[in-house]
Design a protein around this ligand. Structure first.
Ligand code: 5GP
Length: 143
């Protein structure tokens, strides 16, 4: 999947946005859905996904991009309050050669803990859903 191309409405995040695949939600409004990464790189790895369809940052409408990044900041602050990490990495990948694996724009909020090694991008183990739900509730409570 290169940078250019046609948006695939059957990508996994489109299915999550349509409610066809379950997710552990942190926050939702008319424009974005934020939920826990199912294969987290660290405890509290959270995704922020605009509802408008675009493949990556380059083909996103500027207003949609502005909205999702503003919300990413707000949710990152809630992650900080809830989980007290030592740092937070925000990532976003454009095109498969850059590491993108799901071709619907999203931002990663990845808490960092000095005592813990980070799992590689898209190399996390599938998380326990009960544990993810507890973390999501902690983050939501700080929004
Ligand atoms: P990308 O590689 O496109 O930047 O990130 C895609 C992210 O989606 C990865 O971190 C991966 O763990 C996550 N992911 C893949 N499939 C699912 C899924 O079915 N549910 C959730 N919640 N996350 C997923």
């Amino acid at each position: 999947m290169s940078l250019d191309g046609i948006y695939d409405p059957d990508n996994i995040f489109a299915k999550i946005l349509r409610g066809e695949i379950p997710n552990v939600t942190v926050y939702e409004d008319d424009h974005i859905l934020s939920f826990m990464d199912a294969f987290p790189q660290s405890r509290g790895h959270t995704l922020v996904v605009p509802k408008a369809a675009s493949r990556n940052l380059l083909d996103t409408k500027p207003d949609d991009l502005a909205y999702v990044i503003r919300k990413t900041q707000i949710i990152a602050k809630a992650v900080k309050q809830a989980l007290q990490p030592d740092g937070i990495t925000i990532t976003q990948f454009n095109g498969a050669p850059a590491g993108q694996t799901v071709f619907h724009l999203h931002f990663h909020i990845i808490p960092r803990y000095v005592s813990e090694n980070l799992a590689g991008h898209s190399q996390g183990q599938m998380a326990d859903m009960t544990e993810l739900s507890k973390i999501a509730a902690e983050i939501s409570a700080n929004l």
